[in-house]
Design a protein around this ligand. Structure first.
Ligand SMILES: [Zn+2]
Length: 408
C-alpha cells in the first residue's frame, strides 16, 4: 500500500461500524425414554423467520445455530413444520451475552403441567478468559408437548386435502372424523360397483393405550383421530371399498410416545383385522418362529419346513460361497415364498397391492412383507420376524403416509 492510499481524509465523517457479536445456540434432545434415535422433523425460527430448510433430528441429536446477540430463537417441531401448520413455535430463547444450550429431555407418563418453555438457566464457563459463558437450560418433552406440536386437522382442511375423485360417501365419512365422532366407530355406506346394492363398511377404532398413558384425559375421537393425516383414512377406505371389505379394526393412529416418527407425526395408521362377507382376516403371522405346528392358518407346516431348509441352505452357501450353493438356497427360498403366498388371504394381498400404488402411501409393513418405500421396486422383503421392525409388524398392517412437507 502506498503512503498516499493510507492518508486519512480529514474531512471524512466518522462512521461507526457495528461489530455484531455472535453466539452459539444449541438444542440437544434426549429421547431415550421412548426411542433414542427418533427422527423428529424440525425447522429453526430466528426472530420470527424460518432459518434454513426442513430437516430431521439426526444421530447427533443436536440443532445448532450461530446468531446475533439479542436474537430470539425457537423451533417448529413434528407435523407443525408443514407450511400450513406453523402457528406454535416451542422452546423459544432470547440470546443474551452468553452462548446457549437447551437440553430437551423426553419424559413418559402424565405431565400436563410441563410446558415447552426453557425456564431459568444455570451459567457455566467461560472455558477461556475473554470468551462468552454458556447459559444452560433444561426443558421437557412430554406427551402433552407432543400433542402441542402435532397438527390437529379441521374438517375444512381435511376436505381440501382429499383427492377430487374420492367418492362422496368416503369424503363425508372422513369429514365426520375431523368434525368429531360421537363414538370411536364409523359406518360408511358404500355403493358396490359389482353389485347394485349398498354395503356398509364398519370401522372401529381401538384405543392404542400410548396416548392414554402419556396424556391425562385424552379423547380418541377428539384428539387422536384428528391428529392423523386425512390421507391415511382416505387411502385405506378407498381400497376397502374396492375390495368389498365390510369390517375393519384400526388399532393405532396418531400417538405421542412410542415407535418411529410416523405415528407421532400423524402419518401412521395400524390395522389388525379386516373382513368381507366371506372372509375374516386377523392380520397376524405369530407362530412362524414357534417350534412345531403354529395353529395360525397363515403359517403352514409346509412353509415352516421350507423356511428351515432354506435357512440351512443359505448358511451352507454363506460358508462355501460358491455359485451352485447360492442358487440352491435361492431356489428353496422362492419355494418357501410361494408356499407363504398360498396361505395368504386374497383380500390381504389385494389390499396391500392397492395401497402400494397409491401416491400418498410411502411404506407398508405387515406380517407377510416389509416395504419401506412403496415408490421403489426393490425395497420389499419378507417379514422374517427377526429385526425390531419385522417383529413389531408380525401382528398388523402399518401404513405410512408420504407427505414430504412434514417428513421425507
Ligand atoms: Zn404402525
Amino acid at each position: 500500500m502506498t503512503d498516499a492510499a493510507c492518508k486519512l481524509d480529514a474531512s471524512a465523517a466518522v462512521k461507526t461500524v457495528p461489530v455484531c457479536a455472535k453466539r452459539m445456540v444449541c438444542y440437544e434432545f434426549d429421547t431415550k425414554a421412548t426411542d433414542a434415535g427418533v427422527a423428529i422433523p424440525y425447522l429453526v425460527v430466528i426472530n420470527g423467520k424460518i432459518d434454513g430448510k426442513l430437516n430431521k433430528l439426526d444421530r447427533s441429536r443436536k440443532i445448532m445455530r450461530t446468531v446475533n446477540v439479542g436474537s430470539t430463537v425457537a423451533l417448529y417441531l413434528n407435523s407443525d413444520v408443514h407450511p400450513d401448520h406453523r402457528s406454535t413455535p416451542v422452546y423459544a430463547v432470547e440470546v443474551g451475552n452468553n452462548h446457549v444450550l437447551i437440553r430437551i429431555t423426553e419424559k413418559t407418563g402424565q405431565h400436563a403441567d410441563l410446558r415447552p418453555v426453557i425456564g431459568t438457566p444455570s451459567t457455566r464457563g467461560p472455558d477461556k478468559p475473554g470468551e462468552p459463558a454458556q447459559d444452560c437450560y433444561q426443558a421437557p418433552l412430554t406427551g402433552n408437548i407432543w400433542m402441542t406440536v402435532s397438527h390437529r386437522y379441521t374438517e375444512v382442511e381435511a376436505d381440501k386435502l382429499l383427492a377430487l375423485d374420492t367418492a362422496v360417501e368416503i369424503r363425508q365419512a372422513i369429514g365426520s372424523i375431523y368434525r368429531g365422532l360421537k363414538s370411536a366407530r364409523l359406518q360408511i355406506p358404500l355403493t358396490m360397483k359389482t353389485a347394485d346394492r349398498v354395503q356398509t363398511l364398519n370401522v372401529a377404532f381401538e384405543e392404542s393405550g400410548n396416548p392414554q398413558k402419556n396424556i391425562a384425559g385424552i379423547s380418541t375421537t377428539a384428539d387422536v383421530l384428528t391428529r392423523t393425516h386425512p390421507w391415511a383414512f382416505e387411502a385405506l377406505f378407498k381400497e376397502a371399498s374396492k375390495l368389498g371389505i365390510t369390517d375393519m379394526l384400526i388399532t393405532s393412529c396418531w400417538r405421542p410416545c412410542y415407535g418411529s416418527i410416523a405415528h407421532r407425526a400423524g402419518l401412521g395408521l395400524d390395522v389388525c383385522y379386516i373382513a368381507t362377507p366371506t372372509q375374516k382376516v386377523k392380520i397376524n403371522r405369530i407362530g412362524l418362529l414357534f417350534k412345531g405346528h403354529s395353529n395360525n392358518p397363515y403359517v403352514s407346516d409346509a412353509e415352516k419346513k421350507l423356511r428351515n431348509e432354506s435357512l440351512a441352505l443359505q448358511a451352507h452357501a454363506n460358508n462355501k460361497s460358491d455359485q451352485e450353493a447360492t442358487q440352491a438356497a435361492r431356489n428353496k427360498r422362492n419355494e418357501r415364498v410361494e408356499e407363504m403366498d398360498k396361505t395368504q388371504p386374497k383380500v390381504m394381498s389385494a389390499l396391500r397391492e392397492g395401497l402400494r400404488i397409491q401416491p400418498v402411501v410411502g411404506q407398508l409393513l405387515d406380517p407377510w412383507y416389509i416395504d419401506l418405500n412403496t415408490h421403489s421396486n426393490t425395497s420389499r422383503s419378507i417379514n422374517e420376524q427377526q429385526s425390531k421392525t419385522e417383529q413389531g409388524h408380525a401382528h398388523h398392517l402399518h401404513i405410512t403416509i408420504r407427505e414430504p412437507k412434514i417428513y421425507e
